[in-house]
Design a protein around this ligand. Structure first.
Ligand SMILES: *Cc1c(COP(=O)(O)O)cnc(C)c1O
Length: 400
């Protein structure tokens, strides 16, 4: 494993602007990939820089987000729950986006980029299958092939999403190495990219991976924060919320949300799963092409994350979040599975919204913090509701 560019350690970047030339957010990030992938990452970076500065690319993406993904998504005041909690809670409704979560924002951006680069095939890893389904969707829409790597244990557990991907025309490749879950699928996807780098584009599912992915995925997800900023301005006399809260797996829905508010007085709060809380329990390490906070055992082996929400079952956190934590601009907390299940039920019964288990981590913290007074009475709180809960019905049937 090598890194091409020198390490500008401890450089102070403006919050949520571009990473350093080496792809660093403070001491995190970078490009820790096999030598053979350095040019591929550099080509993705060059293509993204040119596309993101090209008004026509932006127009095409905005149009796809509108006519295919259903953007802008609603901002929903939660009247009954707010009254119960004594706060004013606004929900940014990514559950209403096509395929049921924010993941479509990122994959439409990357699939358009892949086509602009002349690639014919998307490669992706998936854990619970949500990113795989979104990638297969974007590939079908844009006439690209899709190969999705998935741990064989996850394939057994997520048969509905496996079937969905196949329905959409994607090939699903079982990964039998290691723990046969997401981190093994990541390794396999990277290995396959090396083998077919001329035709294939590697579509990363969160603000992770080697530079430029963490930055690029955040930029593709900032549509959440930018829309919410405009919507909140008409909803609140103060213009900006006091708190902005989002769940964090790799951290893409949170990064996209925070990007819209990082220059305001809002307190930014990321909520992890207790069993995957990389900020609270992780140490600095290198994983899947980047340096960040990672759950590790005593020998430095990457640990297993555990959460009732498969989408938060990831042992690391995006490098920019590790940096936002160091700088103090954002704060990271965690909640446990029981609080999450209670939050799903509470939102369903007060607002008629069935949220994903992942998203319900953010709500679980809000409910707790309103109870302890950490969230003061009357506080204006924006929460990103990252996805819908339909996929979680069987998991909930086991515990309720
Ligand atoms: C994948 C997923 C997440 C976690 O991913 P982030 O990159 O942290 O946003 C959260 N919520 C839902 C609904 C998901 O599908």
């Amino acid at each position: 494993m090598t890194e091409l560019s020198p390490l500008p350690r401890f450089e102070v970047a403006t919050a949520m602007s571009e990473p350093s030339e080496a792809g660093r957010f403070g001491e995190y990030g970078g490009r820790f990939v096999p030598e053979s992938l350095i040019p591929a990452c550099a080509a993705v970076e060059a293509a993204f820089r040119s596309a993101w500065a090209d008004p026509e690319f932006r127009r095409n993406l905005d149009r796809l987000l509108a006519v295919h993904a259903g953007r802008p998504t609603a901002l929903t005041p939660s009247w009954r729950l707010s009254a119960e909690l004594g706060i004013n809670l606004l929900l940014k409704r990514e559950d209403l986006a096509h395929t049921g979560s924010h993941k479509i924002n990122n994959v439409l951006g990357q699939a358009l980029l892949a086509r602009r680069m002349g690639k014919t095939k998307l490669l992706a890893e998936t854990g619970a299958g949500q990113h795989g389904v979104a990638t297969a969707t974007a590939a079908a829409l844009l006439g690209l092939e899709a190969t999705i790597f998935m741990g064989s244990r996850d394939i057994e557990r997520q048969s509905l999403n496996v079937f969905r991907m196949k329905m959409l025309g994607a090939e699903v490749v079982p990964v039998d190495s290691g723990s046969r879950t997401l981190k093994d699928a990541c390794t396999e996807a990277l290995r396959n990219w090396v083998a077919q780098v001329d035709d294939a584009y590697y579509c990363v599912g969160s603000v992770m991976g080697p530079h430029p992915y963490p930055w690029m995925v955040r930029e593709f997800q900032r549509v959440i924060g930018d829309e919410a900023r405009r919507q909140v301005a008409t909803e609140l006399t103060t213009g900006v919320p006091d708190y902005v809260v989002a769940c964090v797996g790799g951290g893409s829905n949170a990064a996209g949300t925070f990007a819209g508010f990082v220059d305001t007085s809002a307190q930014l709060i990321g909520v992890e799963a207790e069993g995957g809380a990389a900020v609270a329990f992780g140490r600095v390490g290198v994983m899947h092409g980047f340096r960040s906070l990672v759950l590790q055992d005593d020998e430095g082996q990457i640990g297993e994350a555990h959460s009732i929400a498969a989408g938060l079952d990831y042992p690391g956190i995006g490098p920019e979040h590790a940096h936002l934590n160091d700088s103090g601009r954002a704060r990271y907390v965690y909640v446990n599975d029981d609080e999450v299940v209670a939050a799903v039920v509470r939102l369903a019964r007060t607002e008629g919204i069935f949220a994903a288990l992942e998203s319900s981590h953010a709500l679980a913290w809000i409910i707790r913090a309103a109870g302890t007074g950490e969230l003061p009475q009357g506080a204006n709180v924006l929460m990103t509701l990252s996805g819908r809960g339909d996929k979680d019905i069987s998991a909930l049937m086991e515990v309720l």
